[in-house]
Design a protein around this ligand. Structure first.
Ligand SMILES: *Cc1c(COP(=O)(O)O)cnc(C)c1O
Length: 227
């Protein structure tokens, strides 16, 4: 078995174990293999080893990989920030955009999706620790955002996503993941369709699986350190 295949199996097993520890159905947690900066040959290996969803940060890098892997049948997610002027390129190519973070971007995605006759699915990125430097909208503004975006017929907001503060200890992410879970439940109570909770990376993905993540984005633990 290749290095990538072995690592992928290991991450999948750890997610499964974490879900079971928390009394969750392991099938309710899906892995997004983060392939930013990873050469196509290793991405192909991951897909061959069973990766179903690939996550990329940059639209152009993703598009060229998609081109090289047309027949793979894999699902592509955009997990990095999306500039408004790139929305045209991204809409319809990614099955899910994790990084919706402004109403202007929401309107632009909706406009481009309408032109293509599709509904683009996305997640609302939450700046869960309200950090100055972070992308995303503040938790207290999430409901207002959902209300404003509800009129956009070609944009489907399926849930929320976060990148908590970088920490040396995965347990430091737990309170933020709990807060995300609580926010998702609150939004669902208000009548919004919230089915996805995207959280957890190499350093803290088991904690995320325990705390209710439905999508987990892991790069380094599968492909090794990026340059
Ligand atoms: C790079 C990245 C990841 C994966 O990070 P690793 O630490 O390599 O697992 C997950 N989510 C986002 C938004 C990223 O940019």
């Amino acid at each position: 078995m290749s290095f990538v295949a072995e690592k992928l199996r290991m991450v999948e097993a750890r997610i499964r174990a974490a879900a079971l520890r928390a009394g969750r159905d392991p099938a309710s947690v899906r892995l997004v293999a983060v392939t930013k900066t990873v050469p196509v040959e290793f991405v192909v290996e991951a897909v061959g080893a069973g990766a179903k969803i690939l996550g990329e940060n940059r639209v152009q890098e993703a598009l060229s990989k998609m081109d090289a892997m047309r027949e793979s049948g894999v699902e592509w997610h955009l997990i990095g920030p999306l500039q408004k002027n790139k929305a045209r390129l991204a809409v319809g190519e990614f099955s899910l955009i994790h990084s919706l973070e402004s109403i202007e971007l929401a309107r632009e995605i909706d406009r481009q999706a309408k032109k293509k006759g599709i509904v683009q699915k996305a997640l609302l990125e939450i700046n869960i620790a309200s950090e100055e430097t972070k992308h995303g909208i503040r938790p207290e503004d999430a409901a207002g955002f959902m209300k404003e975006a509800a009129g956009l017929e070609n944009l489907g907001i399926m849930g929320i996503m976060c990148v908590p503060p970088i920490a040396d200890d995965p347990e430091k992410s737990r309170p933020y993941f709990k807060e995300m879970n609580r926010l998702a439940a609150e939004l669902a109570l208000e009548g919004f369709e919230i089915t996805e909770l995207s959280m957890g990376m190499t350093q803290d993905f088991e904690v995320a699986a325990e705390e209710g993540a439905t999508l987990i984005r892991v790069g380094t633990a599968i492909f090794g350190a990026r340059n």
